[in-house]
Design a protein around this ligand. Structure first.
Ligand code: SAM
Length: 249
């Protein structure tokens, strides 16, 4: 039966494409790629000659029908994005939902994902975390989003682009104050991979001092705040307190 594969590709280092991913990309009838020219280079490197069509943010709905027609004809398809795991701050959600709803099997082929790659080396708690995708492009929107996580006890993770890294760190200082601990994971798996953490004010100074640290792709990880421990209160008391607090203006 036709299968729809969701295949992770490297986030920089070509050695990170798994043998299983290569097998799948070679064996399917069609590859649905976010940017066929971009992915063409990856396919060339691995000598994969499978035909490609584009599936990106602006044509996902109409491509769904093409994909369903292909699957109905018995052709298996692999979805890839420009880098890392499709659907993670990348296109694919609409297609995957539609393919599942139509009753086809969706098989994930796991591999790189920048958020997980960053987290496993950042030295921040990983038992609970929140992934927030990209921060808004405008300062007011960014500060609003950041103010929503002031009291967050879990590690918070953002994707950030080279254009906005200085502004975003400044916004974090404005919203959290200078002392929140933040880790920058830059150019993961690539030649200039850097993973550096400090209190956010000191971190911004460090990034400003070195132009190279402002270039490339970033994952930003923000340490959660210590949970407030209310010792000596019964569970009942805490519950009542909670209800009363919710009523406060
Ligand atoms: N689907 C991808 C994944 O699985 O990680 C994410 C795609 S998203 C459009 C691109 C963003 O991911 C970049 O702006 C950056 O924040 C992050 N990213 C991707 N590759 C990275 C790398 N090698 N180092 C650090 N961040 C990276």
């Amino acid at each position: 039966d036709a299968v729809f594969y969701v295949v992770a590709t490297p986030i920089g280092n070509l050695g990170d494409l798994t043998p299983r991913a290569v097998d799948v990309l070679q064996s399917v009838a069609l590859i649905a790629a976010e940017d066929t020219r971009h992915s063409g280079r990856l396919m060339g490197h691995f000598n994969i000659k499978t035909p490609m069509i584009s599936v990106h943010d602006h044509n996902e709905r109409q491509r769904l029908q093409t994909i369903l027609d292909k699957l109905a004809a018995g052709d298996s398809i692999a979805l890839i994005s420009d880098a890392g795991t499709p659907l993670i701050s990348d296109p694919g959600f609409i297609v995957v939902r539609g393919v599942r709803e139509a009753g086809y099997k969706v098989v994930p082929i796991p591999g790189c994902c920048a958020v997980i790659t960053a987290m496993c080396a950042a030295g921040l708690p990983t038992d609970r975390f929140v992934f927030e995708g990209f921060l808004p492009a405008k300062r007011s929107g960014r500060q609003q989003k950041l103010s929503e996580i002031i009291g967050e006890t879990r590690t918070v993770i953002y994707y950030e682009s080279t254009h906005r890294i200085l502004d975003s760190l400044q916004d974090m200082i404005d919203v959290f104050g200078p002392d929140r601990y933040v880790v920058l994971a830059r150019e993961l798996t690539k030649t200039f991979e850097t993973i550096h953490g400090d209190h956010v004010q000191a971190l911004l100074e460090w990034v400003k001092q070195d132009h190279n640290q402002q270039k490339g792709e970033f994952v930003v990880l923000i340490q959660g705040v210590e949970p407030v421990v209310m010792e000596g209160f019964s569970a009942e008391t805490l519950k009542v307190l909670d209800i009363m607090l919710a009523e406060l203006p």
